[in-house]
Every structure is written in structure tokens, then in C-alpha cells.
Design a protein around this ligand. Structure first.
Ligand code: 13P
Length: 258
């Protein structure tokens, strides 16, 4: 069953940038504008604070229509896994989306494609929507392996996945080398990457489930370039880091949709 209707999806990844208090204040400011401008009819907004801020941000967002996401998840439901957080606990906190396989986790924490796959499967099994992050490094790009890497990360990450009725999976294409650089890739490149993602999805999911997938672009998205990704490149949305950390700047990005 297709998930309808599908509005542009904006996912904010706050990474490890904000304190609990700052996260709650930012969530409250975004909530005020989102509700006042009835943005819920124009875009789907997901905020991904750090784990300790999830509860406070959940309270701040209650009843607003803004959704809560986590930046990571573990693949077991409970047990002796020091420092990890289960899908069940995230759900208990009101989380509905979860980032999986972000390049910073792959790079700094040794997260492998196999671990990413387990996390995607666990998220889906718990009824959470995974946002699978894929993208090439600079050296992979310069050696002409961009499309191979994208397809490989999608293929491994989603291997064995199946969607329950009404369930969705999101793939975020984030070229690793432009993250935080202020220099986004041209919309045509994001569109080309999205085509590779979609072609790979065709191998993995039944055709009837493809309408329940969304492809996002991430990497130095800001208020000046957002529309080129969502309108010109025909992507289903964006994953925003730095430009989502300050209320005024993020609101000006969101207002491009209304
Ligand atoms: P920036 O928007 O800061 O480049 O970060 C992108 C990102 O990594 C989002 O997950």
C-alpha cells in the first residue's frame, strides 16, 4: 500500500552540535513557525537531536506535526550492549525516523555496510523509518567509483529488507566530501545519484514498494540552494546539517516551501 500523500521531506541532523537546552529552545522556535505558517500542509519536517536531547525535544514538539528522529540505532532490542540504544527505547521516546550509516559514523566509528544493514533491518522491524545514508568519498569520486559506491551501499544496506504495509524507507545521498564544506554538488549530480539509487532499489524491492521510498540529497544544503534540489532535481527532500542549527537560518530554508 503506497504511503500518501508524499510531501517534500526535510530532515535536520543536529549531530553533536547542541546542548539539551539549546536543542529544546531550537525545537520550540521551529514549532512556533511550523504551526503558525501551517507548514504541515507543505512539508514533512523531522528533527534529529542527539540521544540525551530526544526526550526534551519530544515534549517541545508534541502535537505540532514535526517528527522526531534519532541519529543512530542499535540492531538488538535489549541486552548487554554497553552504550547502545535499541529501536524499542527510541520508539518509547516518540522517535519515528532514524538515521543509519551516516558517513561520520562510518568514518570515525568504523561502521561497516554489514552493521548498517543490521540497523536498517532492526529499524524496519520496529516500525521506524530508516534514513539510510550513502555517498562517495573524494578519492572514490576522483577514481571514478562514485556510482559503484552508491549502488553498493544501497544494495548492502537494504539487503533482505521488506516494507510492511504503509512503511517507508528513505535513502539520503550525501557525498562525503561536501558535508560541512559550504560547497554543495550541482543539482544535476544529485539527480544522477538519485537515478543510481532508484535503479538499485528496483533490484531490491518489489515494484509495488518503490512508491514507498524517498531519495534525499544532503551536503551543504542551505536556504539559497534548497529549491534547486527539491524542485529542479526532483528529489523527495533534503538532509540538512549546519543550516539547521540556528532558528532564523533554518526557518528561512523551510519557508522556501511555502
Ligand atoms: P551539512 O549540511 O552541514 O553539510 O551536513 C550534511 C549532513 O551530514 C547531514 O547529515
Amino acid at each position: 500500500m503506497p504511503v500518501q500523500p508524499s510531501l517534500p521531506l526535510v530532515v535536520a541532523n543536529w549531530k553533536m552540535n547542541l546542548s539539551q537546552a539549546e536543542s529544546v529552545l531550537l525545537a520550540r522556535a521551529l514549532r512556533r513557525t511550523y504551526v503558525a505558517d501551517k507548514m504541515v500542509t507543505r512539508l514533512e519536517l523531522v528533527l534529529c537531536p542527539s540521544f540525551p536531547a530526544l526526550a526534551g525535544v519530544a515534549t517541545a514538539l508534541k502535537g505540532s506535526g514535526i517528527k522526531l528522529g534519532a541519529q543512530d540505532v542499535f540492531w538488538k532490542t535489549a541486552g548487554p550492549y554497553t552504550g547502545e540504544v535499541s529501536p524499542e527505547v527510541l520508539k518509547e521516546l516518540g522517535v519515528t525516523y532514524v538515521l543509519v550509516g551516516h558517513s561520520e559514523r562510518r568514518q570515525y566509528l568504523g561502521e561497516t555496510d554489514a552493521m548498517v544493514q543490521q540497523k536498517v533491518l532492526a529499524a524496519l522491524a520496529a516500525g521506524l523509518t530508516p534514513v539510510l545514508c550513502v555517498g562517495e568519498t573524494y578519492s572514490e569520486r576522483t577514481s571514478g567509483r562514485r556510482e559503484i559506491v552508491i549502488a553498493q551501499e544501497v544494495r548492502t544496506g537494504l539487503s533482505g529488507a521488506s516494507l510492511a504495509a504503509g512503511q517507508r524507507v528513505v535513502i539520503a545521498y550525501e557525498p562525503v566530501w561536501v558535508i560541512g564544506s559550504g560547497q554543495a554538488v550541482p543539482p544535476s549530480e544529485a539527480q544522477q545519484a538519485s537515478r543510481v539509487v532508484r535503479e538499485t532499489l528496483l533490484e531490491l524491492l518489489p515494484a509495488s514498494e518503490l512508491s514507498n521510498t524517498a531519495v534525499l540529497y544532503g551536503g551543504s544544503v542551505d536556504p539559497s540552494n534548497i529549491t534547486s534540489y527539491v524542485q529542479e532535481s526532483k528529489l523527495q527532500g533534503v538532509l540538512v546539517g549546519g543550516a539547521s542549527l540556528e532558528a532564523k537560518r533554518f526557518i528561512s530554508l523551510l519557508k522556501r516551501f511555502i
